[in-house]
Write a protein that binds this ligand. Sequence first.
Ligand code: MRU
Length: 320
Amino acid sequence: MRTIDWVDGAVEIIDQTALPAELRVVRLATVPELVAAIRSLAVRGAPALGVAGAFGVALAARSFAGDPDALAAAVREVSTARPTAVNLARGARRAAGKLAEGADAVLAEAYAVRDEEIAASRAMATRGADLMASLCGSRVRLLTHCNTGGLAAVVLGTALGVVREMHERGALASVVASETRPLLQGARLTSWELSRWGIEHRVAVDSAGPFLMARGEVDAVILGADRICANGDVINKIGTYAHALGARRAGLPFVVVAPESTVDEQTPDGASVPIEDRGAAEVTAWAQAANPAFDVTPYDLVTAIVTDRRVIRLDRGEKP
Ligand code: MRU
């Protein structure tokens, strides 16, 4: 089942705000509906956002064919619906590059973005499982953060695709999914996907991760990215940096799995990336709150980045 697709002239998504209680498919027929779904995280995760961006422009091309100003505004709305994952603006820009050729050409480009993400997920799963075998051997105990499964892509996912491949190879011993406050992508979504795939796992509160590593209950950390900068800094869900520090302290590999569509060579380092602030309401209704949705993990804490085309060994001085 695909997380996002184009079906009979509209975008269909699995509504990730309803999981795990309900597997609900929602149909998005207009640009405002799609933008609202992106903002509410009904569709989320960097690769899925890239596909949403491209399909969003396809919706705009159909809705505003005779009105260039409205079309440009709609494309802008889609591209900027969330700021941090580079895939969203990149997917929208790719589809928008075909606007002069008409709505069918835009849709064809959006299909290409979708199909490339599907292929990338498959390539990362194999390459990542090979790397994990070389770093950690067999029967590996992994910790992962946020949700990087099929729900965050179109199918299979990034880091969780590697986890699934390791499971199928018999190389996986166990998984800890950190719960991922405040929206619980780990507790709600990763746990749901691992259960569906028949992979045993435990959910831990985010702050338990470094302690589990220190106590010897984890062999490696594997997770995804929303943007990878030219120097190798990794932007990912808030809490990633703390896990990287825990892994370094415990001497464990810290592996990032992301498609090439997430590598942003135009952005020199993490300090240049807009970190989404999602406001206080998601954290608490009764006090002031800071709610940055992503953080920056410095490149020198990362062992390797696995993409669909290469393994970049940051621990050996390689750069994206
Ligand atoms: O706010 P979200 O849920 O969109 O954040 C998602 C993440 O941080 C993921 O780890 C990242 O996009 C990689 S998804 C394969």
